[in-house]
Design a binder for this molecule. Structure first.
Ligand SMILES: [Zn+2]
Length: 464
């Protein structure tokens, strides 16, 4: 790698942009706080999933072995409340929404993480960590609870830079007689008989949210990881508490060397909130727009900046993809040159703290060149550059024809499957099995796919 091709990342912990060097280049570790699975993910939840998917892709390009873990929080009071309200088992809620989350993020082109730990599978590790924290004086048991004693950790507040008054206000402390200090936070709490719980030295109970991530990181990635990511809304108190728990349980070994935070998503210049009624669910958005356009709209801004989500912006992203896929379609007659094709300018932009707006500008420049290039070798190079660069940010991997046929508009349509059905129909016709070929045509029609037989073979498009 040339010196210009070094990954630099803005580290929230040091408040500086730093050159990223993994502790062990043979095993690069990244953890991102995943969803609490009790309802649908909104567009603000999708942003970290997409942003850190891009970072994972970049890291995999730079290093041979990357372990990216994104957890599922499947024990939390909101889940318990949802299960009670709907009169179902906790697992009915968590399985349902974890699956919807995976599907919805998949529609946005988010690759599955390497590890997807679940909090409920990590409880023994949490209990062991609490025992360590109690033994070394950073936590105490009181009234069936275990609490972290914030004054016992002098560095508390290092990530968010908050002072003590802020912290107490930010922690939204309830009046709790068992707390030694108002800033102390819950690591374990008792469960009523009808609530889910695990046996522990402090009675039957369940973990607090913060300890879940610390224990999952310890179990799956190790004591000190390279990168910890999440939305800026998690910086305090969640990430601050993760640091306190892990550092104090691990003899002050840091939890993460780099902390990365993505900015908020606002909706049409307003804060997204239930009270305003402007919460946009990914599950609904993907019915109206291609997942790829939603992804591009999320990557149009730099990840650290607040992103203003607008209907116009989403429309613009669709048009941008039309242009990029248009360039790829114009290159349909050439084979992409196989060897490494990502232009240095594109890579440099991503390596500069994931500057996706700048990287997209390089992509559009490639598309522009593709539209005017006439030399075959040059066109093959440009095709490879578009595809290779697109892959790094999770775009442009669909067949241009199916994008324009509208497959990109309807996430339930799998272009490959449709091509397969069309091939099966052609085979049936050839064998003069018209009953079968009609059945396939009807099946396609039933799914809103119109086919047209012409001299060049069969083409298809989405009806309407
Ligand atoms: Zn977390």
């Amino acid at each position: 790698m040339t010196t210009s091709l070094r990954l630099t990342l803005q580290n929230s912990l040091t408040r500086r942009k730093e050159v990223f060097e993994p502790a062990d280049p043979a095993r690069v570790t990244m953890y991102v706080c995943g969803p609490t699975v009790y309802n649908f993910a909104h567009i603000g939840n999708a942003r970290p999933a997409v942003v850190f998917d891009v970072l994972a892709r970049v890291l995999r390009r730079l290093y041979p072995h990357v372990v990216y873990a994104r957890n599922i929080t499947d024990i939390e009071d909101k889940i318990i409340a949802a299960a009670k309200e709907q009169g179902v088992e906790i697992s009915a809620i968590t399985d349902k929404y974890a699956n919807i989350y995976r599907d919805d993020m998949g529609t946005l082109g988010v690759l599955p993480p390497d590890i997807e730990p679940k909090a409920t599978e990590t409880v023994p590790g949490m209990i062991a960590m609490l025992e360590t924290l109690i033994a070394n004086g950073h936590a105490y048991a009181a009234d069936g609870h275990v609490l972290f004693n914030v004054p016992s950790y002098a560095e508390y507040g290092q990530l968010s830079g908050r002072d003590r008054d802020d912290m107490i206000a930010g922690a939204r402390v309830e009046v709790a007689p068992y707390k030694k200090d108002p800033a102390d936070f819950v690591l374990w709490k008792p469960s009523a008989p009808e609530q889910p719980g695990w046996d522990s030295p402090w009675g039957r109970g369940r973990p607090g949210w913060h300890i879940e991530c610390s224990a999952m990181i310890e179990k799956h990635l190790g004591t000190t990881i390279d990168i910890h990511g999440g939305g800026i809304d998690l910086q305090f108190p969640h990430h601050e508490n993760e640091i306190a728990q892990s550092n104090c349980a691990h003899g002050n070994a840091p939890l993460a060397r780099f902390w990365l935070h993505n900015g908020f998503v606002n909706i049409e210049k307003e804060k997204m909130s239930k009270s305003i009624g402007n919460v946009l669910l990914v599950h609904d958005l993907i019915k109206e727009a291609p997942g790829e356009a939603i992804r591009l709209a999320l990557l149009n801004g730099h990840y650290r900046q607040p992103l203003d989500w607008t209907a116009d912006g989403l429309m613009q992203s669709r048009r941008m993809l039309d242009r990029l896929y248009g360039a790829l379609r114009s290159l349909a007659d050439v084979e992409a040159q196989a060897n490494d094709a990502v232009p240095e300018a594109f890579l440099e932009a991503l390596l500069d703290d994931l500057n996706t707006p700048k990287a997209l500008a390089v992509l559009f420049d490639l598309a522009k060149q593709a539209n005017t290039a006439t030399d075959k070798a040059e066109r093959a190079r440009l095709k490879a550059a578009l595809l290779g660069s697109g892959y790094l940010i999770g775009l442009l991997q669909a067949d241009p024809e199916s994008w324009f046929a509208g497959a990109g508009l309807a996430p339930h349509i799998d272009a490959e499957e449709i091509e397969g059905l069309i091939a099966a129909r052609a085979a049936a016709r050839k064998a003069k099995d018209f009953k079968e070929s009609d059945r396939i045509r009807d099946e396609l029609a039933g799914r809103g796919i119109l086919i047209e037989d012409g001299p060049q073979g069969t083409t298809w498009r989405v009806a309407g």
